[in-house]
Design a protein around this ligand. Structure first.
Ligand SMILES: [Zn+2]
Ligand SMILES: [Zn+2]
Length: 127
């Protein structure tokens, strides 16, 4: 008796969006506030261009506002004072913002000089 071998379709692993356990985990507590929306808009109006591109003498519209010092490393009131400190913000293009958060590694602190020396190809710096 012939056996029919059913080829099971390889179960495709669906990329499941992991819902943050707490509002803090996704930064939702910081971003879903009128306070943040106002700050973000005000910052983008003052800094309409990506600040890293600008340092490399390129003109790219900024679409994201990044925290140089990540508020995720703090809790309580320190977290909010870091999150809502306009001196801690940076206007970035999507490409640079993605690049900074690459590999799910949240940079603890962004330093432009450090970034320049680790990405010389973007700045035409001769090694
Ligand atoms: Zn950029
Ligand atoms: Zn960011």
């Amino acid at each position: 008796m012939p056996t029919i071998v059913k080829l099971e379709k390889k179960k495709q692993k669906k990329r499941v969006y992991k819902k943050p356990e707490t509002p803090e985990e996704g930064g939702y507590d910081v971003y879903a506030t009128p306070m943040w929306r106002r700050m973000r808009l005000a910052y983008l109006m003052e800094h309409p261009l990506c600040e890293i591109c600008l340092a490399a003498k390129r003109v790219t519209p900024a679409v994201d506002v990044h925290h140089k010092n990540s508020f995720n490393q703090y809790s309580g009131s320190k977290r909010y004072s870091v999150a809502y400190d306009s001196n801690n913000l940076m206007a970035l293009c999507r490409w640079h913002h993605t690049r900074l958060h690459l590999g799910n590694k949240q940079p603890k602190y962004f330093d432009l000089d450090e970034y320049k020396s680790s990405h010389p190809e973007e700045f035409d710096i001769k090694k």
